[in-house]
Ligand binder design. Structure first.
Ligand code: 13P
Length: 306
């Protein structure tokens, strides 16, 4: 079926009280893992490509993802992750993306609203929906003083003002998560109260960036196979479930797929020094990524919704 917009997937998720994964891809095996997991669990899905991914794979990667996505029997959206400019969003819309993120969260509020609005007007004119972001991602230690927390995490009244002014469709909020495999000591802190307060003011789907679980078992396998990843920590499954209950509808995952791929490749190369068939090296990586994605789809509650 044709690719669908982000809103068509995420509005249903917010209304239905479940979350949908946006998984980052850079190549064929990752895309296969995402789409096979979506089919296996009957889950809608967003396939996300960042500007870095686009630079790595070029238009060929996008044409391949679109071709594979169209073959799916569950709803698939092709999403630009962290678009940095109006030009970048337009370029990807022209390539066939059905959802774009414009990330001007580092700018002041007025600039973020104005730049986002410009993208929203252009995207909506051609039937593409838009994610925006306010607040700073970066991770918060459990006991930071409230004033400091407030300086980086998304303020509910600011979120309301921002969405009214920009017309964005879904909003990434800063609630304590951060990108990557080191999200803070112990169980990283998530500001659930803040999610509830923002969701009470906004009917839009809310987005959680930096949501990878960084499973301890995968980290242990990575290090046992010669990797070197220290102080790894991710978002606890129960925190993701609770966040979804309160209004998070889109959950971004990249790190867990990188981890799974690297674990499988290291294990194969370590166990079979004579192996040099790329299919025997990347096939197990694809399988492990698919397994990780399927598990996450069950946690998010998107399984069975596609
Ligand atoms: P992770 O690094 O936790 O996978 O987050 C990815 C992300 O938010 C992409 O936008």
């Amino acid at each position: 079926m044709p690719l669908v917009t982000g809103s068509s997937i995420l509005d249903a998720a917010r209304a239905g009280g479940y979350g949908v994964g946006a998984f980052n891809t850079n190549n064929m095996e990752i895309t296969q893992a995402i789409l096979e997991a979506a089919e296996a669990t009957r889950s809608p899905v967003l396939v996300a490509v960042s500007e870095g991914g686009l630079k790595y794979g070029g238009k060929t990667l996008i044409d391949m993802v679109i071709g594979m996505g169209r073959e799916a029997t569950v709803p698939v959206c092709l999403h630009l992750d962290h678009g940095s400019s109006f030009e970048s969003c337009l370029r990807t819309i022209r390539m066939g993306f059905t959802s774009v993120m414009i990330d001007k969260s580092h700018e002041d509020e007025a600039t973020n609203i104005a730049e986002t609005k410009r993208v929203v007007e252009a995207a909506h004119a051609v039937g593409v929906t838009v994610e925006a972001e306010i607040g700073r991602l970066g991770g918060v230690e459990e006991h930071v003083v409230v004033a400091e927390e407030d300086a980086i995490l998304t303020k509910p009244e600011e979120a309301e003002r921002f969405m009214a002014g920009s017309g964005a469709d879904y909003l990434a909020i800063a609630i304590g998560t951060s990108h990557g495999a080191n999200k803070g000591k112990g169980r990283p802190y998530i500001d659930h109260k803040r999610i509830r307060e923002i969701a009470a003011l906004l009917p839009n789907p809310l987005v959680m960036h930096g949501a990878s679980g960084v499973p301890a078992e995968l980290v242990a396998r990575l290090n046992a196979a010669g990797g070197d990843l220290k102080d790894a920590s991710g978002i606890h499954e129960d925190d993701v479930r609770e966040a979804v209950k309160h209004g998070i509808a889109k959950i971004n995952t990249d790190t867990d797929l990188r981890l799974a791929m690297t674990v499988a490749v290291r294990e194969v190369l370590g166990a079979k020094p004579k192996e040099f068939d790329p299919r025997k090296i990347l096939g197990p990586a694809r399988d492990l990524m698919r397994q990780v994605i399927e598990e996450r789809m069950h946690v998010f509650g998107s399984a069975g919704q596609g």
